[in-house]
Design a protein around this ligand. Structure first.
Ligand SMILES: [Zn+2]
Length: 194
């Protein structure tokens, strides 16, 4: 049965994989984008990618939230600090706190595209801490690697869309178009299999 799926979409490989999968399965995809939730965020390049792919797939345009205008609930702040002080989070507040808050404000269980990566933490945090506020999000590919997502996208026929994503933390602009730097952690993770 077709469902309405609310999903955080950064324009990167993992979240775009989920957007495509839910869309091509016949669901109604409701993309969400949060501005200013991460100091490494490449807002212009990300939003440009999200809007370009959304229009190509004829999705509804992303609902945009600004982290500066979001008030985090005390329990989200408390747990974020808890993981920060244990070295799991690199910042006291990160994008996941804002994602949980947006889900609460919308009263929806929102999908996040976290995958299993060596430097990732959500595949260890969420399943091992059932009471965690971060379990308010759904992580359908939490135990998949990027390589597996790439294989699935080839089998399902939307690998070409994933080639248009941008994951780079430091994209370069050439002639008004964004290009990945090829050298940052995100680029190297992609080059390993693309
Ligand atoms: Zn890069």
């Amino acid at each position: 049965m077709a469902r309405e799926i609310f999903i955080f979409w950064s324009g990167g490989f993992d979240s775009t994989f989920l957007v495509c999968k839910y869309h091509f399965e016949g669901n109604t995809v409701r993309p969400l984008y949060i501005l200013n939730c991460d100091p490494r965020q490449n807002t212009q390049a990300e939003l440009e990618t999200v809007q370009r792919i959304a229009s190509k797939l004829k999705l509804s345009p992303p609902l945009i939230f600004d982290a500066f205008n979001l008030t985090l609930d005390p329990d989200i702040i408390r747990e974020s600090n808890f993981w920060f002080h244990r070295g799991v989070f690199t910042r006291p507040i990160n994008q996941f706190g804002y994602m949980v808050q947006v889900g609460r404000n919308l009263q929806k269980r929102v999908v996040a595209g976290s995958v299993k990566e060596p430097e990732g933490f959500m595949h260890k945090l969420a399943p091992n801490n059932p009471q965690s506020v971060f379990n308010e999000l759904a992580y359908p590919v939490l135990f998949h690697t990027k390589l597996e997502l790439n294989r699935i996208s080839l089998a399902l026929g939307f690998a070409d869309v994933l080639r248009e994503t941008i994951s780079c933390w430091f994209p370069v602009t050439v002639g008004g178009k964004y290009h990945p730097c090829g050298n940052c952690h995100m680029c190297r993770a992609r080059l390993a299999f693309l």
